[in-house]
Design a protein. Structure first.
Length: 408
């Protein structure tokens, strides 16, 4: 039955997307598509209010030298070595894996040998390339994220009533590259209603449906705002009443674009721009409980989770390997190859203190769009959350690549 539904979805999308291409031909004006045509693909380039993605030729990787990297000689590069070995494990199954094979084989052979110098290894086997935005700008936004800890229960109870949902049974996902090869990595979520293909339910609709939404509720937690930020972070842990802990990881999303609730509060004049941090939003929520649902529903995006085995490592990122606190970042994989080492030059949250270090591009995120754009993983718990919530810094990035993957 699912195959028939997916085929129906694909056939419907063939018709709907005829006027709504994600990547319009270069130099050809794109007429706005109708709202009906854009319903299953709200991020398509022809849809009203959507900026077309930056074409590949406009993304610049500028050859650099190691001396160009501020603080390269001062960073404890050895602290990033375990994360690099994890990246080697992750890239093996990806399209760019062959380009990393030689370097990763050398890394595994050298690991643990007496006198091994991680900095010298990177300098001898990789080359740095400054990342520039399509407009040539070298600076971009660096934010932070973390793995939160929530309180919850397997069963709904008084005060513990916010559902953490698994992937619904009626959520359909189609990889559009199977129909349009030029739409690589573009997936659309939808649902079938009779013989019609419709967008999946928005956050407000999912909330209104409650237990009528088909699919498993994994857990219940005690705080709607903390659950919202769990969805923003993409992973977290829930402590149950018996002291045990459940680990959760991103499983899927409803297909609606992410909208910042902090930005919404600023635009309404309820927070100043400098107050629109995670902590500022939490304070607003505590002061305005009756208006909280409306605020959360202004972001139509909704994330579904899956349970993961408990371990001492970090959460699993998009690369499929555990993230390393303060050595992993989320990036836009259209500009930075997932799994690559990146030298990040930025500052600590709300500070001018330099934060220059080697990190690994091991994750992605719905809000992480653009070439010079990174989300810095601070780790697990309250202290990491305090740092992540305040981080909104300017930064520069250099991707380190082997000769086999040198930009043309």
């Amino acid at each position: 039955m699912r195959k028939i539904q997916t085929l129906a979805l694909a056939l419907a999308l063939l018709t709907l997307l005829a006027g709504c291409s994600t990547v319009p031909p270069a130099a050809v004006p794109v007429a706005p598509a109708s709202p009906a045509a854009c319903a299953p693909c709200p991020s398509c380039a022809a849809c009203p209010g959507v900026t077309p993605p930056v074409p590949a030729f406009a993304r610049t990787h500028v050859p650099a030298t190691w001396a160009d990297l501020p603080g390269w000689s001062d960073d404890d590069v050895a602290a990033a070595w375990p994360a690099f070995l994890l990246s080697c494990r992750g890239v093996a199954s990806r399209a760019n894996g062959n380009g990393w094979k030689r370097v990763c084989d050398l890394a595994r052979a050298a690991d643990g040998k007496p006198g091994f110098d991680a900095r010298r290894f990177f300098e001898q086997n990789l080359m740095p390339y400054a990342i520039a935005n399509g407009d040539g700008a070298l600076n971009g936004l660096v934010t932070g994220y973390y793995e939160p800890l929530l309180r919850g229960s397997r069963l709904r109870a008084k005060g513990v009533e916010q559902p953490v949902r698994g992937v619904p049974d009626d959520l359909l996902t189609i990889d559009l590259s199977a129909v349009f090869p030029e739409l690589k990595d573009k997936r659309v979520r939808g649902r079938l209603e009779g013989n019609k293909v419709l967008p999946y339910w928005s956050r407000a609709e999912i909330t209104a449906k409650g237990d009528k939404l088909p699919g498993k509720t994994l857990l219940y937690v005690d705080d709607a705002v903390e659950l919202f930020f769990l969805q923003v972070q993409g992973s977290g842990r829930v402590r149950l009443a018996d002291g045990s802990t459940v680990r959760l990881n991103y499983a899927d999303q409803n297909g609606h674009p992410y909208q910042s609730i902090g930005k919404a509060l600023v635009e309404r004049g309820e927070l100043k721009l400098e107050e629109a941090s995670m902590q500022g939003i939490q304070s607003w929520a505590r002061a305005n409980p009756a208006r909280l649902d409306a605020l959360l529903n202004s972001n139509p995006s909704y994330v579904f989770f899956r349970e993961m085995p408990n371990s001492d490592g970090g959460p699993i990122g998009a690369l499929g390997v555990p993230l390393t606190a303060e050595r992993s970042i989320a990036i836009d994989p259209r500009s930075v190859p997932l799994g690559s080492p990146v030298f990040l030059a930025t500052t600590r949250p709300n500070s001018s203190t330099p934060l220059n270090r080697l990190v690994m591009a091991q994750d992605t995120g719905g809000a992480i769009k653009g070439a010079v754009r990174a989300d810095f993983f601070w780790g697990f718990g309250k202290e990491a959350g305090e740092l992540a919530g305040r981080m909104k810094q300017s930064g520069r990035m250099w991707v380190l690549l082997p000769a086999e993957l040198a930009p043309k």
